[in-house]
Design a protein around this ligand. Structure first.
Ligand code: NDP
Length: 249
């Protein structure tokens, strides 16, 4: 009997991950006899786990660490310097980033001009990559200036003429705002769209009471959709994304 193809999400912590629900739902939808599980990993076992699966999503804290074990990087991984997808192609580990795609797809139905990204970690770099690829003007603001990326992009806010603000920090996971009230108040009058990458409660989104609010659910589903193309060569339609959002969240 042929072994089932095994896929999974690797991280630490991992119990909260929705990725197994998403991919197992799509296996049912497409009648695929594969398995997709969550793997709680330590740094020391990451290499072995990656090699043991046909494909994996990589999440916190391994998106940079996993690059050490990749044989080939996609163009976006080379620029973003973080991968959230690896594919094991007959022993050759290929690293991809699908977060950038998920981020921009969640904004696809809106018109906007200028974006402020708060944060400068792996997720912010993926968002910046998507904005550059789509020729959208943006600025990055991070609480600290120690970060290499922020120095290369921008290190101070010159204007407050933004119509979209994206919280790319992990502040909402701590129930905190990503920046000062002073900054938020300056932004508030012009902001049309407030976007937080987390898909749990966000005090940041609550603050922008009159704006269109987007959380991280669609980003998660669309990044999974591009991962599904790399893993199983299937295309996930916008209709299936909508249906999955209703079932999973
Ligand atoms: P990183 O750890 O790489 O970066 C964290 C960033 O958040 C840094 O810029 C850090 O600033 C900043 N930060 C952390 N805590 C605070 C705080 N209390 N106030 C202000 N800034 C803070 O994380 P990632 O970039 O990988 O992820 C960021 C968030 O995006 C996470 O919440 C993650 O869950 C979410 N995400 C969601 C996805 C989705 O599909 N919906 C996909 C990917 C990420 P400093 O540099 O000063 O330390």
């Amino acid at each position: 009997m042929q072994n089932k193809l095994s896929f999974g999400v690797i991280g630490n912590p991992i119990a909260h991950s929705k990725s197994p629900l998403i991919h197992n739902l799509w296996f049912k939808e497409f009648n695929l006899n594969y398995e997709y599980k969550a793997y709680l990993e330590e740094n020391t076992s990451l290499k072995h786990r990656v090699a043991s699966l046909k494909g994996a999503n990589i999440t916190v804290p391994f998106k940079e660490e996993v690059l050490k074990y990749a044989d080939i990087y996609s163009e976006e991984v080379a620029i973003i310097k973080a991968a959230n997808v690896v594919v094991n192609d007959k022993g050759v580990i290929k690293a991809y980033n699908t977060d950038f795609y998920g981020f921009i797809k969640a904004l696809q139905k809106y018109d906007f001009q200028k974006v402020l990204l708060l944060g400068a970690g792996g997720a912010a770099r993926a968002c910046a990559y998507a904005l550059i690829k789509n020729n959208i003007d943006f600025t990055v603001f991070n609480r600290s200036k120690k970060n290499d990326f922020i120095c290369k992009v921008e290190n101070k806010l010159c204007d407050f003429n933004f119509d979209v603000v994206v919280n790319c920090t992990s502040s909402s996971l701590l129930g905190q705002l990503p920046c000062s009230y002073e900054l938020l108040n300056k932004l508030k009058t012009k902001i049309k769209i407030a976007y937080d990458l987390v898909y749990t409660k966000s005090v940041f989104l609550e603050y922008f009471e009159d704006a269109i609010k987007i959380d991280g659910k669609l980003m998660l589903l669309y990044q999974a959709a591009l991962a599904a193309q790399y893993f199983y060569n299937i295309k996930i339609s916008d209709e299936l994304i909508k249906k999955s959002e209703q079932i999973i969240f």
